[in-house]
Design a protein around this ligand. Structure first.
Ligand SMILES: Nc1ncnc2c1ncn2[C@@H]1O[C@H](COP(=O)(O)OP(=O)(O)OP(=O)(O)O)[C@@H](O)[C@H]1O
Ligand SMILES: [Mg+2]
Length: 283
């Protein structure tokens, strides 16, 4: 029974401490687990340690005190190739990730390296570009893309490789409002339909409750809280303590309840939830 339970854990992260060479302690006392098929958020303000944590989970930073176990194996002992077969990281800044001359070459790089045939590579690239709505851009020079387009090409590069675990560093930052929703819908689809386990760093408090199963709030390199969106988004003070805020709709209902004494039973986190609660109140 214990084994069955453990096999569901894909990443088990225990970091006592991680220090950058200039002595900045970026992470301390982190303990978290990512299970098969989950869609997890790492929420935190600027400088809270999100990028550092994702880089450790991707095996890019290995000189931390503690352990990261990927499918039962210590990540410090795995080669980059062994890690990349399972885990892919989309960087926060697309210019750190993209390097080829054209969109096609960039997205094709991963699948070519993985040894797929030419036909398979072409299919994978074309499917991945379709998924991020960048088909038609294959021949375009990377340098001439907009920021949001670059971001989507980065994600296509990872999709073309077909990782089982995707780590995404602020995938919606810099996208327009519709682009944000489309990106979150695409990630939800990958998670629910293709079974991809997803961990995304973000500070988009308004988007998170709509899409994520569970989240961890990072503050000053430590996990301040973890749980479902309902567990984590509690009161405005708790959020400002970690330099975040409630989703706007939750903030409104919170104030109506506590400052105007309207009898809301719970604080909904989404417009759909708020609509139900308001309709109940005025029914
Ligand atoms: N290469 C580095 N050398 C030294 N300190 C670093 C380095 N990279 C990050 N840091 C520091 O580590 C801490 C965590 O940074 P990190 O980039 O992980 O935060 P973040 O949560 O991703 O922030 P953001 O939301 O701005 O992307 C910060 O205090 C930052 O100044
Ligand atoms: Mg970051």
């Amino acid at each position: 029974m214990e084994n069955i339970k453990n096999s569901q854990i894909r990443l088990s992260v225990n970091i006592n401490s991680f220090k950058y060479p200039d002595s900045t302690v970026a992470l301390s006392d982190i303990s978290l687990e990512i299970k098969r098929g989950e869609f997890i958020g790492i929420l935190g303000s600027n400088g809270s340690g999100k990028t550092t944590l994702l880089k450790i989970m991707d095996g890019l930073l290995k000189d931390f005190e503690g352990s990261v176990i990927l499918d039962g194996m210590n990540i410090k002992k795995l080669s980059p190739r062994e890690i990349y077969r399972k885990v892919g990281l989309v960087f926060q800044n697309p210019d750190d990730q993209l390097f080829a001359a054209t969109v096609f070459e960039d997205v094709a790089f991963g699948p070519i390296n993985m040894g797929f045939s030419e036909d398979d590579v072409i299919n994978r690239v074309s499917n991945a570009l379709k998924q991020v709505e960048m088909d038609g851009y294959a021949k375009k020079s990377i340098h001439n893309l907009s920021f949001g387009q670059k971001k989507r090409v980065c994600i296509a590069g990872l999709l073309a490789m077909g990782h089982e675990i995707l780590l995404l560093d602020e995938p919606t930052a810099g996208l327009d409002p519709m682009g944000e929703y489309k990106m979150m819908n695409l990630l939800t689809k990958l998670n629910k339909e293709n079974g991809v386990t997803i961990v995304m760093a973000t500070h988009s408090v308004d988007l998170v409750p709509l899409f994520l199963d569970r989240l961890y709030i990072l503050s000053k390199g430590r996990v301040a809280r973890g749980g479902t969106p309902e567990d984590v988004f509690t009161a405005p003070e708790d959020m400002s303590n970690v330099k975040l805020r409630l989703p706007q709709i939750a903030e409104l209902i919170y104030r109506l309840k506590h400052e105007d004494n309207l009898p809301f039973e719970k604080i909904p986190l989404t417009i759909g939830g708020a609509r139900k609660e308001i309709a109940r109140l005025y029914a």
